[in-house]
Write a protein that binds this ligand. Structure first.
Ligand SMILES: [Zn+2]
Length: 146
């Protein structure tokens, strides 16, 4: 999916390099060509816009006389229609801010390699071996008894 964004000069908030707007694609992280940091548009911005759209839709639906479930359904539907219609013009007026890329919770991968604070100590393994030998000797003596 390709989202056509308005031609606007976004700058990396870290190094100030002009971001290649033509390379921006949807929700994927936007890599800065200057410092190669992964960036994204502020999600808080999107949430505020969505909330405003739903608020306007709720107000309009209420004035039109909708109550109950039709009001809720109409608010959600109207909110998303308003959002789709207003996203591009709003982004031209109030450009979203760039922030460091954070993957969605379901996109985060658990770290496969982790560094342990307790490196393998040979002392522990020696103790275990000694305990095992002691146990074997005891069982051996028990076995030889008539
Ligand atoms: Zn940068």
């Amino acid at each position: 999916m390709y989202i056509r964004y308005p031609q606007r000069n976004f700058k990396c908030p870290f190094c100030g390099t002009r971001m290649p707007t033509e390379e921006y694609k949807g929700l994927k992280p936007w890599k800065c060509p200057g410092c190669s940091r992964d960036l994204q548009f502020s999600r808080a911005h999107d949430n505020v816009v969505l909330l405003c759209c739903c608020g306007v839709a709720l107000f309009v639906m209420y004035l039109l006389g909708y109550r109950g479930w039709p009001l809720i359904g109409g608010t959600l539907l109207g909110g998303f229609i308003l959002l789709a219609a207003l996203t591009v013009p709003l982004d031209r007026i109030v450009p979203p801010r760039l922030e460091p890329y954070r993957p969605m919770p379901w996109q985060e991968k658990k770290p496969e390699k982790f560094t342990t604070l307790f490196p393998h100590e040979p002392i522990q393994s020696n103790k275990l071996e000694q305990a095992g030998q002691a146990g074997d000797e005891k069982s051996g003596t028990d076995g030889t008894l008539p």
